[in-house]
Design a protein around this ligand. Structure first.
Ligand code: MG
Length: 249
């Protein structure tokens, strides 16, 4: 027995086609003049695309404050006692990075393979070895720290390389510092959506609830050192700008 929905479709489909057949008329156009989208070579799988800015290519961390203190070997970087922070600031962006928590499992909960990507130096996308390692859900891998757990746990095993593809829309403030629009974060971990346009509630912190304080349009990205030797490689960023359409005079 067919469902009501499929029977309605069966009845309406020819009508739609008929209407479609007679609907050849004047094409609707928005009238907005859009700039032509730039051509981008997506590059190899994992990037970088041709318009990306490479922040770490496996050879040097010269674009990062504190990068001189990290060990670089075999195309990856490994912390030696402190975090690293980009020398330049970034706002809305697509950020790709690859990381691996230590193969040798040590510690538990927040003490295992902990690092993090701090967008604008204050909004943390958690990095943690959450493979068979329980902790509070809004602090596990791919959480927006103490703001929102990931949709799913897409962690690979300790020691295996994992990818983060982060889409970030920065918060907007007015001159007085009032929040006009919150920040939003989308994250794919190993190709799996783990944050879907999740709203940031403010600076993420261990000791206090998230809250917003006005900051610049572009702020440095920080990679956390939390005492664990989490490795990084293939870091690149694309700054994003919405196309501005205009109506002709
Ligand atoms: Mg962390």
């Amino acid at each position: 027995m067919r469902s009501l929905h499929s029977r309605l479709l069966a009845v309406s489909a020819p009508v739609v086609l008929l209407v479609g057949g007679f609907a050849v008329g004047k094409e609707w156009v928005s009238g907005i003049v859009w700039p032509e989208p730039a051509v981008v070579d997506p590059g190899p799988v994992g990037g970088p695309p041709s318009d990306a800015r490479v922040l770490f290519d496996g050879k040097d961390l010269s674009q990062w404050q504190g990068g001189d203190k990290w060990l670089i070997e075999n195309g990856y970087a490994i912390p030696q006692g402190g975090g690293i922070t980009t020398k330049d600031g970034f706002g809305d962006c697509q950020l790709h990075l690859e990381w691996a928590s230590p193969e040798e499992v040590k510690g538990s909960g927040q003490g295992r393979g902990n690092s993090g990507v701090y967008l604008m130096g204050r909004y943390e996308v958690q990095i943690l070895d959450s493979y068979d390692n329980k902790t509070y859900f809004d602090g596990q891998c791919a959480s927006l720290y103490k703001t929102k757990p990931p949709l799913v746990n897409a962690c690979r095993k300790p020691g295996e390389w994992q990818t983060y593809d982060i889409l970030f829309t920065a918060p907007r403030f007015d001159e007085q510092g009032t929040l006009l629009k919150p920040g939003y974060v989308t994250v794919l971990q190993n190709g799996v959506v783990v944050q879907n346009h999740s709203e940031l509630l403010g600076k993420t912190d261990y000791e206090s609830p998230p809250s917003y304080t006005k900051h610049g349009d572009r702020e440095p990205i920080h990679i956390q050192f939390h005492g664990n030797p989490v490795k990084f490689r293939n870091i690149w960023i694309r700054e994003l700008q919405e196309p501005q359409g205009v109506y002709p005079e």
